[in-house]
Design a protein around this ligand. Sequence first.
Ligand code: GLN
Length: 181
Amino acid sequence: MAGKRIGILAIHGSVVEHAESLRRLNFTPVEIRAAKDLETVYGLILPGGESTTIGDLAQQFGLREAIVNFAKSGKTIYGTCAGLILLARYGLLDVKIDRNAYGRQIHSFEVDLEIPALGKKSFNGIFIRAPKILSAAKSVEILAQFEDSPILVKQGNIWGGSFHPELTDDLRIHKLIFGGK
Ligand code: GLN
């Protein structure tokens, strides 16, 4: 039986990988390309990719305002990497971001992350031209850090991370955020 519908902003970036993670948790992934698509989902993922491209097109498609309204309605949004940059730019997550601060594409890396909310087993963090969170407002909960910088944060219904759990088989972060089996 198909589960709850969760949207993925499907303009560009790692859309199919997030869809697969959601499917494995029994959710129904829904590709979001227009504001009206958001009416049918109860959560939303802003994937990684190129934040300039995603941001420009989201603006053109009238999605920026729709995403802000979606957030204000209290529904869950999770931004990964470029998605995290958009959440900060849209004023939905009160953090300061430095784009590409972990280095260029060839400096992409994987590292075992300790994320207490997920239990003892470490999480394989994949960083691809990742944004660094330089600072976070007091109301932002820091769920994990790497080298003294926050890398997974939550502010009410808004979640942001600088790495790519959708590129691993580990479903714990998607499950933590959206629930599921
Ligand atoms: N470097 C990209 C940006 O600034 C983000 C990279 C990613 O999402 N993997 O938009």
